[in-house]
Design a protein around this ligand. Structure first.
Ligand SMILES: *[C@@H]1O[C@H](CO)[C@@H](O)[C@H](O)[C@H]1NC(C)=O
Ligand SMILES: *[C@@H]1O[C@H](CO)[C@@H](O)[C@H](O)[C@H]1NC(C)=O
Ligand SMILES: *[C@@H]1O[C@H](CO)[C@@H](O)[C@H](O)[C@H]1NC(C)=O
Ligand SMILES: *[C@@H]1O[C@H](CO)[C@@H](O)[C@H](O)[C@H]1NC(C)=O
Length: 406
């Protein structure tokens, strides 16, 4: 290599370094650009805290009708669950007729929703609740029992708004292989054009990492495939969802799918872990069992106001897994007023003594804290400094709020 070639090589290296130095600032530009999009595209003011309510899918699947929806609305009120924040009554797949009407509009199935969705919305609203509905960003919904909205976005958004719909779960089946990043935004604009604030839940199953593009498009985005009512599946949804923690914020949340609590496939301890992780992950809390017929044990879990308050904390920061050593897993995240939420989760088959160190959970060393146990509903008599140790049962958890004592 002669000196001229060396100079050229050097110039290339310097140029490459300059380009690399530019990356962070262009990433910053993308973020602020995204914030502009967010204001322009959706800006519906919804989802400042994660949505709470019920959805028909996990318990009823396609076996739904207007009686079940009405009775569920009644039960949400009579059990007191609606006062705790469970306000959305969400009809999932299978509510519409397979044929659109002569004007191309979606219509509910005569056999199961004879009074129509508008009447149902009026009823649900009269109880102080909100009505959610389900559609699909493809040619059919996943059940293949009703039409999708691809190509009909404006018409369907208008129909939903006219009926008084408050929430749209938008699935991803039969999409012809085109990109969700294109299809979902069309519905975002269509919803915006209706002028009615409709919570927009992207159900894209995490295929194209919607956390990375969902904020200007929807109010929540599924990060995973469907949940099943068993321990391993539930924990795996939680783990996949955790990776995207930094993208959650007021107005746009990661969604590891709806709750299975009360459907019978897990123990009470496992269901407590389920609600605890969903709460600290700032996930939508959508009950998935039959609330018309709920046992006291299950009610005590889903109605735990202290755990719900963590989910609804106005700081809106998703907790992370801060340490795991095999089965014992420590999750933590900040809450408003300098508090920290701590979850000691034991995913293994044996009891474990677990220790959380302040270094791992974002508390300065020497900070003295008062500890509230959110499942035992008691404030521990002892104050803690530098660490906290507790015995955690198999497939169980301890959930605490740590408040610095000044
Ligand atoms: C549903 O019922 C309405 C009113 O009874 C009727 O006008 C309509 O044709 C029915 N639709 C279907 C698809 O059966
Ligand atoms: C809805 O389903 C329930 C139970 O499957 C049944 O008792 C009820 O009559 C049905 N109502 C309608 C409107 O189909
Ligand atoms: C109510 O729930 C219990 C289990 O908790 C179940 O055995 C029973 O069949 C349910 N009843 C109805 C009407 O679904
Ligand atoms: C916890 O912190 C205390 C006080 O600093 C210290 O004495 C103890 O060794 C720590 N325990 C563990 C398990 O780290």
């Amino acid at each position: 290599m002669n000196s001229r070639e060396v100079e050229v090589q050097l110039a290339l290296v310097i140029l490459t370094m300059m380009i690399l130095c530019l990356v962070p600032s262009s990433a910053k530009e993308r973020l602020s650009h995204g914030e502009t999009y967010r204001r322009n595209l959706l800006a519906n003011g919804l989802g400042l805290t994660p949505p709470m309510g019920w959805s028909s899918w996990n318990h009823f699947h396609c076996n739904i009708n207007e009686t079940i929806i009405r009775e569920t609305a009644d039960a949400l009120v009579s059990t007191g669950l609606s006062d705790l924040g469970y306000k959305y009554v969400n009809i999932d797949d299978c509510w519409a007729d397979i044929h659109r009407d002569d004007k191309g509009r979606l219509v509910s199935k005569n056999s199961t929703f004879p009074s129509g969705i508008k009447a149902l919305a009026d009823y649900v609203h009269s109880k102080g609740l909100k009505l959610g509905i389900y559609g699909d960003a493809g040619y059919f919904t996943c059940s293949h029992m009703m039409p999708g909205s691809l190509g009909y976005e404006e018409k369907d958004a208008k129909t939903f708004a006219e009926w008084g719909i408050d929430y749209l779960k938008y699935d991803n089946c039969y999409n012809g292989g085109s990109k969700p990043t294109i299809r979902y935004k069309v519905m975002t604009r269509a919803l915006m054009k209706t002028g009615r604030p409709i919570f927009f839940s992207l159900c894209e199953w995490g295929d194209m990492h919607p956390a990375l593009w969902g904020n200007p498009v929807g109010n929540s985005w599924r990060t995973t495939g469907d949940i099943r009512d068993n321990w391993d599946n539930m924990i795996s949804r939680a783990d996949i969802n955790e990776v995207f923690a930094e993208y959650a914020r007021p107005g746009g949340w990661n969604d590891p799918d709806m709750l299975e609590i009360g459907n019978g496939g897990m123990t009470l301890d496992e269901y407590r872990v389920h609600l605890s992780i969903w709460a600290i992950s700032k996930a939508p809390l959508l009950i998935g069992c039959d609330v018309r017929n709920i046992s006291k044990d299950i009610m005590d879990i889903i109605a735990n106001k202290e755990v719900i308050d963590v989910n609804q904390d106005n700081l809106g920061i998703q907790a992370k897994k801060v340490r795991w050593e095999g089965d014992p897993t420590i999750w933590a995240g900040p809450l408003s007023n300098m508090r920290v939420v701590l979850l000691l989760a034991n995913t293994g088959p044996n009891h474990h003594s677990m220790t959380a160190n302040w270094d791992d959970i974002g508390l300065p060393q020497e900070t003295v804290v008062e500890v509230r146990d959110l499942w035992e509903h008691e404030t521990l008599k002892q104050h803690f400094v530098n660490n906290l140790t507790a015995m955690v049962t198999r497939h169980g958890c301890k959930m605490y709020i740590l408040t610095p004592v000044l």
